[in-house]
Ligand binder design. Sequence first.
Ligand code: 13P
Ligand code: ZN
Ligand code: NA
Length: 276
Amino acid sequence: MLASLSELLHFAKEKKIAIGAFNVYNMEGILAVEKATETCKCPAIIQVQTASLLTTDYFLLEIALEAARKSKQTIAVHLDHCKDKNVIKNAVERGITSVMADGSELKYNENISFVSHISGLYRAASVEIEAELGRISGDEEGEMKNKLTQLMTDPEQVEEYTKKTGAHALAVCIGNVHGKYDREPKLDLERLKRIAERSEIPLVLHGASGLSENLLKSVIQHGVTKINVNTELRETFTNSWMDGLAQKHSLTEVQQATISAMTRVVVSKIRIFQGG
Ligand code: 13P
Ligand code: ZN
Ligand code: NA
């Protein structure tokens, strides 16, 4: 079943778990998430990569929505990091029900204006918005070309930011980084606690690739209900694909092996996010 972002995040809050949001670039990714929800008998979020939406002329989104609708488990389809009003508009027209309106490269007031503009445009259509306060640094395939420095989320801005933007979920920067961590990751859990005390909307942790099971479990204990995973899954795709081709397997064999390898990664993350 296709579910909304809020439905899944409220369910997670009640169960004291987090929902995994897995970035997808292609059909193999969509199938891996769908199969993993079936293995674990639990919900997940198919998180569409904005750049891939454009390279696939939005068909990626249509396939993701169809996979979610046909699934036995509840699945939300969410557009990741998007700074472009027109792309958001096109995605909404094709049926997406939640998007991350990413104003994190903007100054605080401009970030508020951008997100509140988007949330205002789609309030009547019940499209839910994830917003980012602070700035998560690092590399995401096809998304973050400007390497701006990290900016930690200021807990004192949380109440005003969430109220003025009308966002439904809040992405935080507490030392989390997109892509690889160049040293042992350190998260500011004290800061996360202060953010959680001030936020009435669910919290999102980006940059989960490279974080230990213990760190992931502690952010969930501190109230994070959505956790984004991209790099580990993308690398599984490219490694499996290249290995299969190097071994001269047929394309369909490579495809099947790759979906299975990606499914295993999604399953292992979901098990951590469920506390098991
Ligand atoms: P990683 O690539 O570090 O898993 O981050 C994922 C993410 O934040 C997607 O928005
Ligand atoms: Zn992210
Ligand atoms: Na990361």
